[in-house]
Design a binder for this molecule. Structure first.
Ligand SMILES: Nc1ncnc2c1ncn2[C@@H]1O[C@H](COP(=O)(O)OP(=O)(O)OP(=O)(O)O)[C@@H](O)[C@H]1O
Length: 294
């Protein structure tokens, strides 16, 4: 089975980069099976560069089966590095210590897939979108025929809300809107049949109406498929819409964590209160309204 790091480097079309069980230890990092019921368990993850620059400092987090967890914090707080460490796609210049425990399927594969921020960059402009999904499906379903993989790709396109999926199979990325492109990116992640979806600012590049539609889609997919999701965003309003639990990060450390409703109603840390700025309630109702009308 191809390793996700090889796959992620091989082509920027591989938007559904996937983490497999049994990754080799890197620095002081080990990857094992987590406790029953947990899809992912991260213990004391530390990411550093050079002799003494610590970018992520001993953070621990869990995602249970079917649970949606958000990591929120301003730019530079270490959210993306954390997700990339979990996926095993950090640059080799960074040192990773700590423990990452991954749940896996019986054959030890298909555990986590990642959705990146910018769909225009994530999709290979020279690859028709249906063909990308067909190739991704075949990569993760060895022995599947071209015809069956094409059918699976069209089903995935329908699943992520692309109308007339069959005729759009041959579309180029540039022929699709930003929202459609992100739907293809999500479909590509689903082609790995993950149990855990890692989303890195998955709606940040989209306008607010499309953002609401994609958030709604992610919520439906996660619920229907019983997936766990780790959703990273700098936007607390966005995270609170799709996550049951929130982790607040700043400067590489976790400041607080709790049920979404609790964190919103009674933030324990001054930094969290700052994130809950005067615009939050207005923005929340705006996003909720957009979600309802989409
Ligand atoms: N390869 C690297 N080498 C050195 N420092 C890095 C590297 N990648 C990221 N950093 C630094 O690590 C810190 C955390 O980066 P990270 O990308 O995780 O932040 P973030 O919270 O995701 O914010 P953003 O959404 O802006 O990316 C930042 O200060 C960043 O400059």
């Amino acid at each position: 089975m191809a390793h996700c790091r090889t796959w992620a480097r091989a082509s920027h079309a591989c938007v559904g980069a996937r983490a497999d069980r049994g990754l080799a230890a890197e620095g002081g990092r080990t990857v094992n099976e987590p406790a029953t019921g947990q899809l992912l368990s991260v213990d004391s993850l530390t990411i550093s560069v050079g002799q003494d620059l610590v970018l992520v400092d001993r953070i621990s987090l869990d995602v249970a089966e079917g649970e949606t967890v958000g990591i929120v914090g301003e730019s530079g707080s270490g959210k993306s590095l954390t997700l990339r460490a979990i996926m095993g796609i950090l640059p080799s210049t960074l040192r990773v210590d700590g423990t990452i425990n991954f749940s896996s399927t019986v054959d030890g594969s298909q555990t986590a897939a990642m959705v990146f921020q910018e769909p225009s960059l994530a999709l290979n402009p020279t690859l028709r979108v249906g063909r990308l999904l067909q190739m991704t499906w075949r990569r993760h379903h060895p022995g599947c025929s071209d015809k069956d993989a094409r059918a699976a790709a069209i089903t995935l396109m329908s699943d992520v809300g692309i109308a007339q999926a069959e005729s759009r199979f041959s579309a180029w990325p540039h022929e699709l809107s930003g929202g459609m492109k992100q739907r293809i990116v999500i479909a590509s992640a689903l082609a790995c049949e993950p149990r855990l979806l890692l989303c890195d600012e998955a709606t940040t590049a989209l306008d607010v109406r499309v953002q609401a539609q994609i958030l709604k889609l992610l919520s439906v997919l996660v619920e229907d498929r019983g997936l766990g999701m780790l959703f990273v965003s700098h936007d607390l309003a966005v995270v609170s819409l799709v996550c049951e639990r929130i982790i607040v990060m700043n400067k590489g450390t976790i400041l607080e964590t709790g049920r979404t409703a609790d964190v919103l109603a009674d933030p324990q840390h001054e930094y969290t209160r700052a994130l809950l700025d005067a615009n939050l309630s207005r923005r929340l109702s705006m996003v909720h309204n957009e979600g309802e009308t989409s």
